[in-house]
Design a protein around this ligand. Structure first.
Ligand SMILES: Cc1ncc(COP(=O)(O)O)c(C=O)c1O
Length: 380
């Protein structure tokens, strides 16, 4: 059994919170940073623009440390949808081109492509999950549909943590002329990232799930080409290189350098920035490389206990280390839900699946208890 980091988290006693895929559990350090920022907000004149510029750069650098370490590549945006809309509006598309997504993919990585396809005459293709998971189905789609110009994917499928092999998929994209866009909202902070190998055009992640920060602050990584040539979907002064608040009418104010040209309005919020800084600091203190194995210990304990209870077939195949899906027959879902509520176990229940997404505030013994609760309610 691995040590729990429960004391670092502000999860209320009596609750087994297993919904990190919706919202990461709150760290005490993040809560304290938020409280301090709110306290400081009574005297805004004490917070100069140099200070919030510095806070933005600290958060940018910490977020880059979860990607490829290069702060020049990272912009701060309010949501995954915002970052993905930037990707969709910049990558060239014309009539007859195909954009491929996963069937049932999270809407923030679907709606912007629907819109862009409608504008350009490109076609949107939903890849169906194959019998052996997503990777084979994606590779087959690339083989069968040479018109695919954009492939926009997660690393772990949001319903059940099913993993995609981004090494294999990105290699195939690079053989053809396919732009890869990644929504890592369900993996950044929990799974390793290899951008040098994957060579995506854009990468997005929310900050409030596995990155353990506040809602309303997400991260957009842009490949070097887009740092030099990309255009945002809004024109906000934060993204422009000006120190004296003079914006001439007859000349465009130059962009700030790197991916800062995509920095969005609203990110100059001391509350969210200070909470994000505390969260990212904790991730780096743990060591990002250690998290897949530590989080994986939790889901392995769940899988093993479900297997012991004879429920092996209920566990999603090939799931990521950090979260999984447990299939529940429709007629037992209400009973399972009632048992989970009674035991204070919180997880997402959707489409016949329990999405079980622990973090380091729970340990293997908690996960065994969760499996026993599910198994007892399934048996009735
Ligand atoms: C895969 C994935 N992408 C994105 C999001 C959130 O996107 P947005 O910030 O646009 O609400 C979620 C969950 O909320 C998600 O599961």
């Amino acid at each position: 059994m691995t040590a729990t980091d429960r004391p670092l988290f502000a999860v209320p006693p009596g609750t087994v919170y297993l919904d990190s895929a919706a919202q990461g559990p709150r760290l005490h350090a993040v809560l304290a940073a938020g409280h301090a920022a709110l306290d400081a907000s009574i005297a805004p004149w004490r917070l100069g623009s140099a200070q919030w510029r510095e806070a933005i750069e600290r958060v940018r650098t910490l977020a880059a440390g979860c990607l490829d370490g290069d702060a020049e590549g990272v912009a701060l945006v309010p949501s995954a949808a915002f970052g993905l809309a930037i990707a969709a509006s910049n990558i060239p598309l014309s009539r007859g081109d195909v954009v491929a997504v996963l069937d049932g993919q999270f809407p923030s990585n679907l709606l912007c492509w629907q819109q862009r396809c409608a504008e350009t005459g490109a076609h949107l293709h939903g890849i169906e999950r194959g019998g052996d998971g997503w990777t084979g189905a994606v590779l087959e789609a690339l083989d069968r549909t040479p018109a695919i110009r954009v492939l926009t994917l997660p690393h772990a499928y949001w319903h059940d943590g099913a993993l995609l092999d981004l090494d294999a998929i990105s290699a195939r994209c690079q053989q053809g002329d396919v732009s890869l866009v990644l929504d890592l909202s369900q993996s950044l902070g929990a799974l390793p990232v290899d951008l040098a190998r994957w060579k995506p055009d854009f990468v997005v992640s929310v900050g409030h799930k596995w990155m353990l920060g506040p809602t309303g602050l997400a991260y957009l990584w842009a490949a070097p080409h887009w740092r030099a040539h990309g255009v945002s979907i809004e024109q906000h002064w934060t993204a422009r290189a000006v120190d004296d608040w003079r914006f001439p009418v007859d000349a465009a104010t130059p962009w700030r350098h790197g991916a800062r040209r995509f920095d969005a309005g609203g990110i100059t919020d001391p509350l969210r920035l200070s909470m994000a800084e505390a969260a990212l600091g904790q991730l780096h203190d743990w060591g990002l490389a250690s998290l897949p194995e530590r989080l994986g210990g939790r889901t392995r304990a769940l899988d093993a206990a479900l297997r012991d209870a004879g429920l092996e077939a209920c566990v999603a195949d090939g799931h990521a280390p950090h979260f999984t899906g447990v299939r529940v027959p429709a007629e037992r879902m209400d009973a399972v839900g009632t048992a989970l509520d009674a035991a204070g176990i919180v997880c997402t229940r959707r489409h016949g699946l329990l999405r079980v997404a622990p973090h380091l505030h729970v340990d293997e013994a908690d996960m065994t208890h969760v499996a026993e609760t599910i198994a007892a309610a399934m048996r009735g």
